[in-house]
Ligand binder design. Structure first.
Ligand SMILES: NC(=O)C1=CN([C@@H]2O[C@H](COP(=O)(O)OP(=O)(O)OC[C@H]3O[C@@H](n4cnc5c(N)ncnc54)[C@H](OP(=O)(O)O)[C@@H]3O)[C@@H](O)[C@H]2O)C=CC1
Ligand SMILES: O=C(O)CCC(=O)C(=O)O
Length: 460
């Protein structure tokens, strides 16, 4: 028997600081966790809506009580700037409270038979064990916005977190396991082997991460005929019209490019000034990026902390060396930790990596457009379709954007980053596969509609 590899979790701001070394679970332990979760499912479901709701409220309360400690852990393990880490923890508690209402909601509808007496009913029922595979960038919020709706409707859950966020996942599991019955929620630390084992044993799969891995996950789950959703990358554009308040918009876009070092699927990576907006946007955005506070993520003033790993940092710095003109940043500060400076580039050759792939760093390309229709064509010209922001005071321009932008989300006068957890979240093209996450859409994803016929005895 081979020993599972060990997982090492390091502080990206100080790579000598090792948070954790644990053995990966191994595929057999993942399969075993799924068996135990399946056995725990009837008790969890039949315990009733009240018990499920109360348990989800207890999770929210425990997260709120541990907020400072959880935020500090995210700062240390995944390099999330302190202010954002606090906001993520607050959002995570709010997600559990929101889904704590779901067990009390109607699960179906009553219909009249086409002919004769009786009742026809629909009822949404859980699939069984939800297998969740999550990335490191929102180590509390993403596992929670998948697990809370899955649990609310009566599934049990096995989570395979990203190796880089193992300590956060284990701490979240501790909180959940105190509030939930045994085996209702299990975390299985590991890598691709554990992720694969989860897909081959669970009943419904939800993934967030890169597009390449997401497509593999979708193929594996589809081959088994189980429902799967995958939230993958983005290459999101911000369109700025000349009538926008350019100084204010530039500050917002700079934060959407380089906040948390651009490591959000919703980060802005292309900025499209329209017509006369080019010159003021170019100047104001380059200045805003140069002034953006870069540094130690535990400092509350920091907006752009380190990248998650050395490879991630090198990918960003190399991408900006391959053609184009650098307007701001374009280097790595000389300090311990995996930092890259907030970067704006222009005049990129067609087909450049920054115009085709999610680089997941604090870097954006400036792409001037002649008019709004041209801006929309540029925005739509990439393989991804997660979110676009449009900055304008003109309602007609905003409506044109809503009608013609081919992204799952369009945000007018709001940055591309940020999520309203009570609304559906997801994109088009290579950004998403399957049903939407979050909001009520998540309750539908984790349930299968059953149709019941009730006829009086002797009717047939
Ligand atoms: N959309 C988003 O929010 C995110 C996008 N990304 C993108 O992904 C890039 C790489 O980041 P990374 O964290 O490595 O993301 P990956 O997509 O590579 O990994 C995401 C998760 O899937 C696991 N996994 C890998 N291969 C498989 C498989 N075949 N079957 C099942 N599970 C698998 C990973 O484990 P393991 O790491 O051990 O391979 C990890 O837990 C980033 O640069 C960024 O572009 C990353 C994070 C979030
Ligand atoms: O912008 C956000 O707050 C969330 C982004 C996100 O969902 C992701 O990066 O996976």
């Amino acid at each position: 028997m081979t020993t599972p590899p060990s997982l090492v979790s390091r502080n990206p701001a100080d790579p000598a600081d090792v948070l954790l070394r644990v053995a990966a679970s191994g595929a057999a332990a993942v399969a075993d966790a799924v068996v135990k979760a399946r056995d725990a499912r009837p008790g969890w479901l039949d315990g009733g809506a009240g018990a499920r709701s109360a348990a989800l409220v207890a999770v929210a309360e425990a997260i709120e009580a541990a907020a400072d400690e959880l935020a500090a852990l995210a700062v240390r393990e995944v390099g999330k700037p302190h202010t954002e880490a606090r906001a993520e923890v607050a959002r995570t508690a709010a997600i559990w409270r929101y889904y704590a209402q779901a067990p009390h909601e109607p699960t179906g509808a009553v219909h009249e038979p086409f002919g004769g007496p009786g009742l026809l009913l629909t009822r949404r029922r859980p699939y069984g064990v939800a297998g969740l595979i999550t990335p490191w960038n929102f180590p509390f919020a993403i596992p929670s916005w998948k697990a809370a709706p899955a649990l609310a409707v009566g599934n049990t859950v096995v989570l395979k977190p990203a190796p880089e966020a193992t300590a956060c996942a284990l701490r979240l599991a501790e909180i959940l396991q105190r509030a939930l019955p045994r085996a209702v929620f299990t975390v299985a630390p590991g890598g691709a082997a554990e992720g694969g084992a989860l897909i081959t044993s669970s009943d419904v799969v939800s993934f967030t991460g890169s597009t390449a891995v997401g497509h593999e996950v979708v193929r594996a789950a589809t081959a088994r005929g189980i429902p799967v959703q995958a939230e993958m990358g983005g290459l999101n554009a911000a369109i700025v019209l000349p009538d926008a308040d350019i100084e204010r918009v530039a500050a917002h876009i700079a934060a959407a490019i380089a906040g948390y070092a651009g490591q959000k699927c919703t980060a802005t990576s292309r900025v499209i000034p329209v017509g006369a907006a080019l010159h003021p946007v170019r100047e104001a955005l380059a200045a805003a990026l140069r002034e953006l506070p870069v540094g130690d993520p535990s400092d509350p003033a920091t907006v752009c902390g380190p990248l998650i790993s050395e490879q991630a940092r090198d990918r960003v710095t190399q991408a900006t060396c391959r053609g184009g003109a650098v307007l701001a940043g374009g280097n790595a500060p000389r300090r311990p930790g995996w930092y890259a400076t907030p970067t704006l580039v222009e005049k990129l050759p067609p087909g450049h990596e920054l115009l085709q792939e999610e680089v997941f760093g604090p870097v954006a390309a400036l792409l001037p457009a002649d008019d709004l229709a041209h801006a929309v064509r540029i925005a739509n010209s990439v393989p991804y379709g997660l979110v676009t922001s449009v900055h304008t005071a003109d309602l007609n321009a905003a409506l044109h954007g809503l009608d013609h932008l081919d992204t799952g989300m369009v945000r007018v006068n709001a940055p591309s980053t940020g999520v309203d957890f009570h609304l559906p979240f997801g994109g088009t093209k290579a950004s998403s596969h399957g049903a939407r996450e979050q909001g009520r859409a998540a309750l539908d994803f984790y349930t299968c509609t059953r149709t019941y016929t009730l006829s009086p005895t002797g009717a047939v």
